[in-house]
Design a protein around this ligand. Structure first.
Ligand SMILES: *Cc1c(COP(=O)(O)O)cnc(C)c1O
Length: 396
Protein backbone atom coordinates (compact mmCIF):
# COMPACT_ATOMS: atom_id res chain seq x y z
CA UNK A 1 0.00 0.00 0.00
CA UNK A 2 2.16 2.87 1.26
CA UNK A 3 1.28 6.52 0.86
CA UNK A 4 -0.55 6.90 -2.45
CA UNK A 5 0.00 10.67 -2.95
CA UNK A 6 3.77 10.39 -2.49
CA UNK A 7 3.94 7.33 -4.74
CA UNK A 8 1.97 9.27 -7.36
CA UNK A 9 4.27 12.28 -7.04
CA UNK A 10 7.27 10.06 -7.69
CA UNK A 11 6.06 8.48 -10.93
CA UNK A 12 3.03 10.20 -12.43
CA UNK A 13 3.11 13.15 -14.83
CA UNK A 14 1.93 16.11 -12.81
CA UNK A 15 -0.98 17.20 -14.98
CA UNK A 16 -3.81 17.28 -12.43
CA UNK A 17 -4.14 19.25 -9.23
CA UNK A 18 -5.62 16.37 -7.30
CA UNK A 19 -7.49 16.58 -4.04
CA UNK A 20 -5.66 14.88 -1.15
CA UNK A 21 -8.08 11.97 -1.17
CA UNK A 22 -7.65 8.37 -2.30
CA UNK A 23 -11.07 6.92 -3.01
CA UNK A 24 -11.41 3.18 -2.59
CA UNK A 25 -15.09 2.35 -3.04
CA UNK A 26 -18.51 3.79 -3.66
CA UNK A 27 -22.23 3.02 -3.50
CA UNK A 28 -24.85 5.20 -5.14
CA UNK A 29 -24.00 8.86 -4.47
CA UNK A 30 -21.54 7.90 -1.70
CA UNK A 31 -17.79 7.24 -1.87
CA UNK A 32 -15.28 6.22 0.79
CA UNK A 33 -11.60 7.07 1.10
CA UNK A 34 -8.77 4.87 2.39
CA UNK A 35 -9.25 6.27 5.91
CA UNK A 36 -12.86 5.16 5.91
CA UNK A 37 -14.27 8.70 5.50
CA UNK A 38 -17.58 8.83 3.68
CA UNK A 39 -18.46 11.59 1.18
CA UNK A 40 -21.52 12.56 -0.79
CA UNK A 41 -20.25 12.72 -4.36
CA UNK A 42 -21.62 15.70 -6.30
CA UNK A 43 -18.80 15.48 -8.86
CA UNK A 44 -19.68 11.98 -10.07
CA UNK A 45 -16.52 11.39 -12.07
CA UNK A 46 -17.07 14.79 -13.74
CA UNK A 47 -20.71 14.23 -14.71
CA UNK A 48 -19.93 10.69 -15.85
CA UNK A 49 -21.30 8.33 -13.21
CA UNK A 50 -24.87 8.52 -14.47
CA UNK A 51 -26.11 5.74 -12.19
CA UNK A 52 -23.81 6.59 -9.27
CA UNK A 53 -21.19 4.20 -7.96
CA UNK A 54 -21.29 0.40 -7.92
CA UNK A 55 -24.77 0.22 -9.40
CA UNK A 56 -25.57 -3.48 -9.14
CA UNK A 57 -27.40 -3.68 -12.49
CA UNK A 58 -24.58 -1.94 -14.34
CA UNK A 59 -21.97 -4.05 -12.56
CA UNK A 60 -23.87 -7.18 -13.58
CA UNK A 61 -24.18 -6.07 -17.21
CA UNK A 62 -20.42 -5.38 -17.31
CA UNK A 63 -19.54 -8.66 -15.58
CA UNK A 64 -21.81 -10.66 -17.88
CA UNK A 65 -20.27 -9.06 -20.97
CA UNK A 66 -16.74 -9.48 -19.57
CA UNK A 67 -17.36 -13.20 -19.14
CA UNK A 68 -18.71 -13.42 -22.68
CA UNK A 69 -16.66 -11.14 -24.95
CA UNK A 70 -14.71 -8.02 -23.99
CA UNK A 71 -13.17 -6.91 -27.24
CA UNK A 72 -13.07 -7.96 -30.87
CA UNK A 73 -12.19 -4.76 -32.86
CA UNK A 74 -14.34 -3.25 -35.58
CA UNK A 75 -13.21 -5.89 -38.04
CA UNK A 76 -16.26 -7.75 -36.73
CA UNK A 77 -19.88 -6.96 -35.90
CA UNK A 78 -20.90 -7.14 -32.28
CA UNK A 79 -24.37 -7.10 -30.77
CA UNK A 80 -23.97 -4.63 -27.86
CA UNK A 81 -22.61 -1.98 -30.25
CA UNK A 82 -25.60 -2.28 -32.54
CA UNK A 83 -28.04 -2.44 -29.63
CA UNK A 84 -26.73 0.82 -28.12
CA UNK A 85 -26.47 2.43 -31.54
CA UNK A 86 -30.11 1.65 -32.33
CA UNK A 87 -31.22 3.16 -29.02
CA UNK A 88 -29.20 6.34 -29.60
CA UNK A 89 -30.65 6.77 -33.09
CA UNK A 90 -34.17 6.06 -31.87
CA UNK A 91 -33.86 8.59 -29.04
CA UNK A 92 -32.12 11.37 -30.93
CA UNK A 93 -32.59 13.47 -34.06
CA UNK A 94 -29.50 11.91 -35.66
CA UNK A 95 -29.32 9.10 -38.19
CA UNK A 96 -25.86 7.53 -37.84
CA UNK A 97 -23.39 6.79 -35.09
CA UNK A 98 -19.71 5.99 -34.70
CA UNK A 99 -18.36 4.89 -31.31
CA UNK A 100 -15.13 6.05 -29.68
CA UNK A 101 -13.62 5.97 -26.19
CA UNK A 102 -13.73 9.56 -24.96
CA UNK A 103 -15.10 13.02 -25.51
CA UNK A 104 -12.04 14.37 -27.27
CA UNK A 105 -12.11 11.46 -29.70
CA UNK A 106 -15.79 12.06 -30.42
CA UNK A 107 -15.04 15.70 -31.22
CA UNK A 108 -12.03 14.73 -33.36
CA UNK A 109 -14.40 12.58 -35.44
CA UNK A 110 -16.96 15.40 -35.61
CA UNK A 111 -14.28 17.81 -36.84
CA UNK A 112 -13.08 15.32 -39.46
CA UNK A 113 -16.66 14.92 -40.67
CA UNK A 114 -17.11 18.69 -40.92
CA UNK A 115 -13.82 19.10 -42.79
CA UNK A 116 -14.74 16.45 -45.36
CA UNK A 117 -18.27 17.81 -45.66
CA UNK A 118 -16.79 21.28 -46.23
CA UNK A 119 -14.59 20.01 -49.06
CA UNK A 120 -17.64 18.48 -50.72
CA UNK A 121 -20.30 21.07 -49.91
CA UNK A 122 -18.57 24.39 -49.17
CA UNK A 123 -16.05 24.47 -51.97
CA UNK A 124 -13.23 23.51 -49.63
CA UNK A 125 -14.50 25.57 -46.68
CA UNK A 126 -12.82 24.20 -43.58
CA UNK A 127 -13.11 26.77 -40.80
CA UNK A 128 -15.09 25.99 -37.70
CA UNK A 129 -16.49 28.76 -35.56
CA UNK A 130 -16.15 27.87 -31.87
CA UNK A 131 -16.71 29.82 -28.65
CA UNK A 132 -14.57 31.53 -26.03
CA UNK A 133 -14.69 29.50 -22.82
CA UNK A 134 -15.90 26.50 -24.81
CA UNK A 135 -14.31 23.15 -24.03
CA UNK A 136 -13.95 20.26 -26.45
CA UNK A 137 -11.05 18.16 -25.14
CA UNK A 138 -7.27 17.94 -24.76
CA UNK A 139 -5.99 16.39 -27.98
CA UNK A 140 -4.09 18.63 -30.41
CA UNK A 141 -7.15 19.42 -32.50
CA UNK A 142 -9.67 19.64 -29.68
CA UNK A 143 -7.48 22.09 -27.73
CA UNK A 144 -7.36 24.10 -30.96
CA UNK A 145 -11.19 24.11 -30.86
CA UNK A 146 -11.39 25.02 -27.17
CA UNK A 147 -11.79 28.63 -26.14
CA UNK A 148 -9.24 28.64 -23.34
CA UNK A 149 -5.93 29.79 -24.91
CA UNK A 150 -3.89 28.46 -21.95
CA UNK A 151 -4.85 24.92 -22.95
CA UNK A 152 -3.34 25.26 -26.41
CA UNK A 153 -0.63 27.92 -26.29
CA UNK A 154 2.11 25.73 -24.74
CA UNK A 155 1.64 23.22 -27.56
CA UNK A 156 1.52 25.28 -30.73
CA UNK A 157 1.21 25.19 -33.55
CA UNK A 158 -2.07 23.37 -33.07
CA UNK A 159 -4.50 22.44 -35.84
CA UNK A 160 -5.45 25.56 -37.79
CA UNK A 161 -8.95 26.50 -38.88
CA UNK A 162 -10.75 27.54 -35.70
CA UNK A 163 -12.28 30.97 -35.24
CA UNK A 164 -13.53 32.15 -31.85
CA UNK A 165 -16.59 34.15 -30.92
CA UNK A 166 -18.26 34.93 -27.60
CA UNK A 167 -20.88 32.45 -26.44
CA UNK A 168 -24.39 33.85 -26.62
CA UNK A 169 -23.44 36.31 -29.33
CA UNK A 170 -25.11 35.57 -32.67
CA UNK A 171 -23.84 38.78 -34.27
CA UNK A 172 -20.22 37.70 -33.81
CA UNK A 173 -21.06 34.37 -35.49
CA UNK A 174 -22.55 36.23 -38.44
CA UNK A 175 -19.54 38.57 -38.68
CA UNK A 176 -17.12 35.63 -38.53
CA UNK A 177 -18.84 33.59 -41.24
CA UNK A 178 -16.95 33.62 -44.54
CA UNK A 179 -16.79 31.40 -47.63
CA UNK A 180 -14.12 29.44 -45.69
CA UNK A 181 -16.57 28.49 -42.93
CA UNK A 182 -17.84 24.92 -42.79
CA UNK A 183 -19.41 24.56 -39.36
CA UNK A 184 -20.28 26.07 -36.00
CA UNK A 185 -19.30 24.01 -32.97
CA UNK A 186 -20.84 24.81 -29.58
CA UNK A 187 -22.01 23.28 -26.32
CA UNK A 188 -25.76 23.65 -25.64
CA UNK A 189 -24.65 24.70 -22.14
CA UNK A 190 -20.96 25.48 -21.62
CA UNK A 191 -19.87 23.03 -18.91
CA UNK A 192 -16.19 23.56 -18.08
CA UNK A 193 -16.63 27.24 -18.98
CA UNK A 194 -18.71 27.67 -15.83
CA UNK A 195 -22.16 26.18 -16.57
CA UNK A 196 -23.14 28.96 -18.96
CA UNK A 197 -26.75 28.57 -20.06
CA UNK A 198 -27.52 30.13 -23.45
CA UNK A 199 -29.86 33.07 -23.44
CA UNK A 200 -33.38 32.67 -24.82
CA UNK A 201 -33.29 32.22 -28.59
CA UNK A 202 -29.52 31.86 -29.01
CA UNK A 203 -29.39 28.20 -30.08
CA UNK A 204 -32.40 28.76 -32.34
CA UNK A 205 -30.62 31.72 -33.96
CA UNK A 206 -27.45 29.67 -34.49
CA UNK A 207 -29.52 26.89 -36.05
CA UNK A 208 -31.27 29.22 -38.48
CA UNK A 209 -27.97 30.93 -39.39
CA UNK A 210 -26.56 27.49 -40.26
CA UNK A 211 -29.63 26.75 -42.39
CA UNK A 212 -29.45 30.10 -44.13
CA UNK A 213 -25.70 29.86 -44.84
CA UNK A 214 -25.49 26.11 -45.47
CA UNK A 215 -23.22 25.41 -42.48
CA UNK A 216 -23.16 22.39 -40.21
CA UNK A 217 -24.20 22.80 -36.59
CA UNK A 218 -22.03 20.60 -34.37
CA UNK A 219 -23.37 20.32 -30.83
CA UNK A 220 -20.98 19.03 -28.20
CA UNK A 221 -23.34 17.24 -25.80
CA UNK A 222 -20.51 15.45 -24.02
CA UNK A 223 -21.39 17.02 -20.68
CA UNK A 224 -25.05 17.95 -21.32
CA UNK A 225 -26.28 14.74 -22.96
CA UNK A 226 -27.65 11.42 -21.71
CA UNK A 227 -30.18 13.02 -19.37
CA UNK A 228 -27.86 15.40 -17.53
CA UNK A 229 -29.99 18.48 -18.22
CA UNK A 230 -33.35 16.76 -17.67
CA UNK A 231 -33.99 15.76 -21.30
CA UNK A 232 -32.09 13.02 -23.12
CA UNK A 233 -30.23 15.74 -25.08
CA UNK A 234 -30.03 19.39 -24.12
CA UNK A 235 -30.84 20.56 -27.68
CA UNK A 236 -34.41 19.29 -27.22
CA UNK A 237 -35.10 22.16 -24.84
CA UNK A 238 -34.30 24.69 -27.58
CA UNK A 239 -36.50 22.89 -30.10
CA UNK A 240 -33.63 22.54 -32.56
CA UNK A 241 -31.66 19.66 -34.10
CA UNK A 242 -27.90 19.49 -34.72
CA UNK A 243 -26.32 18.13 -37.90
CA UNK A 244 -23.55 16.49 -35.86
CA UNK A 245 -23.57 15.71 -32.15
CA UNK A 246 -20.99 14.28 -29.79
CA UNK A 247 -21.56 12.33 -26.59
CA UNK A 248 -19.24 10.87 -23.94
CA UNK A 249 -18.98 11.37 -20.13
CA UNK A 250 -22.32 9.98 -18.86
CA UNK A 251 -22.96 7.64 -21.80
CA UNK A 252 -20.93 4.77 -20.32
CA UNK A 253 -21.89 5.37 -16.69
CA UNK A 254 -18.18 5.63 -15.87
CA UNK A 255 -16.89 3.15 -18.45
CA UNK A 256 -14.84 4.96 -21.14
CA UNK A 257 -17.18 5.42 -24.10
CA UNK A 258 -18.01 8.18 -26.55
CA UNK A 259 -19.96 8.60 -29.75
CA UNK A 260 -20.29 10.94 -32.69
CA UNK A 261 -23.72 11.04 -34.30
CA UNK A 262 -24.77 12.76 -37.49
CA UNK A 263 -27.65 13.43 -39.80
CA UNK A 264 -27.60 11.43 -43.00
CA UNK A 265 -26.58 14.50 -45.06
CA UNK A 266 -23.51 15.04 -42.87
CA UNK A 267 -22.48 11.35 -42.75
CA UNK A 268 -19.71 11.71 -45.30
CA UNK A 269 -17.32 9.07 -43.93
CA UNK A 270 -16.61 6.27 -46.37
CA UNK A 271 -14.80 3.00 -45.71
CA UNK A 272 -11.21 3.81 -44.75
CA UNK A 273 -11.92 7.39 -43.60
CA UNK A 274 -11.96 6.77 -39.88
CA UNK A 275 -11.41 4.05 -37.35
CA UNK A 276 -10.81 3.05 -33.76
CA UNK A 277 -9.41 -0.16 -32.32
CA UNK A 278 -11.43 -0.06 -29.12
CA UNK A 279 -14.25 2.27 -30.20
CA UNK A 280 -17.62 0.71 -29.43
CA UNK A 281 -16.19 -2.51 -28.08
CA UNK A 282 -18.61 -5.05 -26.60
CA UNK A 283 -17.69 -4.28 -22.96
CA UNK A 284 -18.13 -0.50 -23.21
CA UNK A 285 -21.27 -0.63 -25.33
CA UNK A 286 -22.89 -3.27 -23.10
CA UNK A 287 -22.35 -0.81 -20.24
CA UNK A 288 -23.70 2.04 -22.37
CA UNK A 289 -26.74 0.02 -23.39
CA UNK A 290 -27.53 -0.74 -19.76
CA UNK A 291 -27.18 2.93 -18.77
CA UNK A 292 -29.29 4.15 -21.68
CA UNK A 293 -32.06 1.63 -20.97
CA UNK A 294 -32.16 2.73 -17.34
CA UNK A 295 -32.29 6.35 -18.44
CA UNK A 296 -35.28 5.78 -20.73
CA UNK A 297 -37.18 2.93 -19.04
CA UNK A 298 -35.87 2.93 -15.48
CA UNK A 299 -37.10 6.34 -14.35
CA UNK A 300 -33.65 7.96 -14.33
CA UNK A 301 -34.61 10.78 -16.71
CA UNK A 302 -37.66 11.66 -14.61
CA UNK A 303 -35.50 11.60 -11.49
CA UNK A 304 -32.90 13.91 -13.06
CA UNK A 305 -35.67 16.36 -13.90
CA UNK A 306 -37.32 16.27 -10.46
CA UNK A 307 -34.05 16.38 -8.52
CA UNK A 308 -32.84 19.17 -10.79
CA UNK A 309 -35.91 21.25 -9.92
CA UNK A 310 -35.37 20.51 -6.25
CA UNK A 311 -31.69 21.45 -6.41
CA UNK A 312 -32.50 24.68 -8.24
CA UNK A 313 -35.15 25.57 -5.66
CA UNK A 314 -32.84 24.83 -2.74
CA UNK A 315 -29.92 26.77 -4.26
CA UNK A 316 -32.23 29.74 -4.79
CA UNK A 317 -32.99 29.54 -1.07
CA UNK A 318 -29.26 30.01 -0.42
CA UNK A 319 -29.27 33.02 -2.72
CA UNK A 320 -32.14 34.51 -0.68
CA UNK A 321 -30.41 34.00 2.67
CA UNK A 322 -26.69 34.43 1.98
CA UNK A 323 -24.89 37.56 0.73
CA UNK A 324 -22.08 35.31 -0.55
CA UNK A 325 -24.50 33.42 -2.86
CA UNK A 326 -25.73 35.69 -5.63
CA UNK A 327 -27.25 33.48 -8.31
CA UNK A 328 -28.11 29.95 -9.35
CA UNK A 329 -28.32 28.66 -12.91
CA UNK A 330 -28.28 25.49 -14.96
CA UNK A 331 -30.64 22.80 -16.23
CA UNK A 332 -31.50 19.44 -14.73
CA UNK A 333 -28.54 18.16 -12.72
CA UNK A 334 -25.95 20.45 -14.32
CA UNK A 335 -26.10 23.46 -12.02
CA UNK A 336 -23.96 26.20 -10.59
CA UNK A 337 -24.04 28.49 -7.60
CA UNK A 338 -22.48 31.87 -8.28
CA UNK A 339 -20.67 33.66 -5.44
CA UNK A 340 -20.18 37.37 -4.84
CA UNK A 341 -16.47 36.77 -4.23
CA UNK A 342 -13.84 34.42 -5.67
CA UNK A 343 -14.31 31.94 -2.85
CA UNK A 344 -15.48 28.79 -4.64
CA UNK A 345 -12.37 26.86 -3.58
CA UNK A 346 -13.04 27.83 0.06
CA UNK A 347 -16.71 26.81 -0.17
CA UNK A 348 -15.71 23.50 -1.70
CA UNK A 349 -12.95 22.89 0.88
CA UNK A 350 -15.31 23.49 3.81
CA UNK A 351 -17.91 21.28 2.17
CA UNK A 352 -15.35 18.50 1.77
CA UNK A 353 -14.50 18.68 5.46
CA UNK A 354 -18.21 18.17 6.12
CA UNK A 355 -18.37 15.19 3.74
CA UNK A 356 -19.51 16.66 0.41
CA UNK A 357 -17.48 16.57 -2.82
CA UNK A 358 -18.08 19.54 -5.13
CA UNK A 359 -16.22 21.15 -8.01
CA UNK A 360 -15.15 24.83 -8.06
CA UNK A 361 -15.66 25.16 -11.81
CA UNK A 362 -14.69 28.87 -11.74
CA UNK A 363 -13.16 31.03 -8.99
CA UNK A 364 -16.65 32.35 -8.17
CA UNK A 365 -18.75 29.37 -9.24
CA UNK A 366 -19.46 26.02 -7.63
CA UNK A 367 -20.71 23.27 -9.94
CA UNK A 368 -23.23 20.58 -8.93
CA UNK A 369 -23.18 17.43 -11.11
CA UNK A 370 -24.41 14.52 -8.95
CA UNK A 371 -25.37 11.09 -10.33
CA UNK A 372 -28.74 11.18 -12.12
CA UNK A 373 -30.18 8.71 -9.60
CA UNK A 374 -29.36 11.00 -6.66
CA UNK A 375 -32.11 10.94 -4.02
CA UNK A 376 -34.23 13.74 -2.59
CA UNK A 377 -32.53 13.34 0.82
CA UNK A 378 -29.07 13.53 -0.73
CA UNK A 379 -29.89 16.80 -2.49
CA UNK A 380 -31.13 18.24 0.80
CA UNK A 381 -28.05 17.01 2.69
CA UNK A 382 -25.72 18.50 0.08
CA UNK A 383 -27.38 21.92 0.07
CA UNK A 384 -27.46 21.92 3.89
CA UNK A 385 -23.68 21.38 3.88
CA UNK A 386 -23.16 24.16 1.32
CA UNK A 387 -25.25 26.44 3.52
CA UNK A 388 -23.04 25.66 6.53
CA UNK A 389 -19.99 26.33 4.41
CA UNK A 390 -21.37 29.72 3.29
CA UNK A 391 -22.24 30.61 6.89
CA UNK A 392 -18.70 29.78 8.02
CA UNK A 393 -17.16 31.99 5.34
CA UNK A 394 -19.55 34.84 6.03
CA UNK A 395 -18.62 34.78 9.73
CA UNK A 396 -14.98 35.43 8.88
C1 LIG B 1 -15.31 16.63 -20.83
C2 LIG B 1 -15.64 17.27 -22.10
C3 LIG B 1 -14.94 16.98 -23.28
C4 LIG B 1 -13.71 16.07 -23.30
O1 LIG B 1 -14.02 14.77 -22.94
P1 LIG B 1 -12.82 13.75 -22.60
O2 LIG B 1 -13.52 12.45 -22.39
O3 LIG B 1 -12.14 14.26 -21.37
O4 LIG B 1 -11.91 13.73 -23.76
C5 LIG B 1 -15.34 17.58 -24.45
N1 LIG B 1 -16.39 18.42 -24.48
C6 LIG B 1 -17.11 18.71 -23.37
C7 LIG B 1 -18.27 19.63 -23.47
C8 LIG B 1 -16.75 18.16 -22.14
O5 LIG B 1 -17.43 18.49 -21.03
Amino acid sequence: MGNIPSREAAIHMQTARRLPITLVRGKGTHVWDDDGNNYLDFIAGIASNTLGHADSGLAEAIAKQAKTLIHVSNIFYSEPQIELGEMLIEHSALDRVFFVNSGAEANEAAIKLARKWGIQNRDGGYEIIATNDGFHGRTMTTVAASGTPAYREPFGPTTPGFVFVDYNNIDQIKESTTPRTAAIMIEPIQGEGGVNVPSEGYLEAVRSWCDQQNLLLILDEIQTGVGRTGTVWAYEQAGIEPDIMTSAKGIGGGVPLGAVLSKEHASVFEPGDHGSTFGGNPLATAAGAYVFRELIDGGILENARARGEQLSHRLNGLVDRHPLAIAEDGRGLLRRLELSEELSVDVVTHAREMGLLLNPVRPNRVRFIPPLNVTEDEINQAVDIVEESLTKLEEK
